[in-house]
Design a protein around this ligand. Structure first.
Ligand SMILES: [Zn+2]
Length: 440
């Protein structure tokens, strides 16, 4: 365990995160923008500086790059652990930021500002700080650790994790578990009670196109077979539908543990009540106990006096683990037989259990550094690179540990303006990661 000195790692982590933030890696979702090669170069240099060999790889082009290094454990016959962070960030319109988005500025209160401070150059820098410290001190973990800095998470991993899993599977050889975003940071319920949600599951994504056809004709005539009317009725049906509450094992365990910690009874059949009772932790519950189907696009017609022959709409559907087929056929049922449906994109859901030595090591490391820590599993409504690692049978966890001030709305800062993280939280993260990685 942590009987060695982590001071050097703690004192350099803020600089590493700040310098990563200053490298603009905005991902506009269309393979344009700066790419990640400058950030990958930075990571590789920081590794080679302390004698760590790594590979800087390109995916679909030499603008989309990442870095990987495998640290040999004492017992390489054990399953390896994948430690991953993405180097890209969502774009940051410069308006409304207190400090410029790519400044990486540290203010007088010890707060580090900039795009990626939360998602997820914080973790990228913590990974670097811990591994560099090991190299300086000659520390070896028990199992192999694959440290991976990735491009293109923010656009679904086509130029990143998905590409790697399909084209470079040897990188993941022997990996049984993965640790990355989103989770492991504190949500304060009381001064002596902090919950640390650790992601063990994420919802799946199903985008559906609905299409209606009818009789085209002049806009002045009587029309009882109007494609636009049929389409709108179907879209409204799907958009208004409140899907039933469905509790996954992760959601059930979240509730059981939070009830035990807080002594507050929670009724997930009434998610609004839970959100109210849980305060900041309520965000974790909201959309994760039911499937959702939102109408996001409509396309019909070209002239005011012409009834078009066809009309279409797109549904952004999100489903709970294990519900994929059921969810899609339910949507098809809701729109009825007259509407044609086409599944235009499906991304799998992910789910693992909150148990085993890796979970114990995460919980133990948190508790060693924060005696008021209560780790709980949770299901996340968004998607991460875990979707692709899961295809290889790897158990995926969201664990990027931070101890945060009670009044900092961390969940609310993802993809938002004024992303910021306290330097003290990064130092805590380094200590917890160091303990965890050497205990697992
Ligand atoms: Zn992220």
């Amino acid at each position: 365990m942590a009987n060695h000195d982590t001071t050097a790692a703690q004192s350099e982590v803020a600089t590493l995160v700040s310098e990563l933030i200053q490298i603009d890696t905005s991902n506009f979702g269309n393979d344009e923008g700066p790419g990640e090669s400058a950030a990958a170069d930075y990571v590789q240099q920081r590794l080679s500086e302390v004698g760590i060999e790594s590979e800087r790889f390109s995916t679909t082009s030499d603008r989309r790059q990442g870095v990987v290094t495998r640290i040999a454990g004492r017992d390489s016959s054990r399953g390896a652990l994948l430690l991953h962070g993405h180097l890209d960030v969502v774009p940051a319109p410069e308006t409304d930021w207190v400090h410029p988005a790519f400044s990486g500025q540290i203010d007088g209160e010890g707060m580090l500002w900039g795009r990626g401070a939360v998602d997820m150059k914080d973790m990228d820098g913590m990974m670097l700080a811990v591994i560099r410290n090991w190299a300086r001190l000659g520390i070896q973990p028990d199992r192999d650790i694959v440290a991976l800095w990735l491009p293109d998470e923010e656009a679904g991993g086509t130029h990143g994790s998905a590409w790697l899993v399909d084209n470079r599977p040897e990188i993941f050889e022997g990996v049984t578990e993965a640790v990355g975003e989103v989770g492991g940071f504190s949500v304060t319920l009381q001064d002596d009670l902090r919950v640390y949600p650790i992601q063990t599951a994420e919802k799946g994504i199903a985008w559906l196109r609905l299409a209606a056809t009818g009789m085209a004709g002049h806009g002045s005539f009587l029309h009882d077979d109007n494609a636009v009317v049929k389409l709108c009725a179907a879209a409204a049906e799907v958009g208004r539908y409140r899907h039933q509450v469905h509790l996954t094992p992760a959601a059930k365990e979240f509730v059981t543990r939070v009830e035990a910690i807080t002594g507050v009874a929670l009724d997930l059949e009434d998610p609004d009540d839970c959100v109210a009772k849980l305060g900041a932790l309520g965000r974790v519950v909201g959309a994760t106990v039911r499937n959702t189907s939102n109408v996001t696009m409509l396309d019909a017609g070209y002239k005011a006096n012409v009834v078009p022959e066809s009309a279409s709409a797109v549904i952004d559907g999100r489903f709970i683990p294990g519900q994929q087929d059921e969810f899609i056929s339910h949507l098809q049922e809701l729109v009825g037989p007259e509407i044609e449906t086409e599944v235009i994109n499906v991304l799998r859901s992910v789910e693992t259990t909150f148990d085993g030595p890796t979970v114990d090591a995460m919980a133990g490391a948190l508790k060693a550094e924060d005696q008021h820590a209560h780790p709980v599993p949770y299901l996340m409504s968004g998607g991460t690179d875990a979707k692709h690692f899961d295809r290889l049978g790897i158990r995926c966890f969201g664990f990027s540990p931070l101890l945060l001030p009670a009044d900092l709305d961390f969940f609310g800062m993802f993809h938002n303006v004024n992303e910021r993280v306290p330097v003290s939280a990064l130092e805590f993260g380094v200590r917890v990661l160091d303990r965890f990685l050497l205990a697992t």
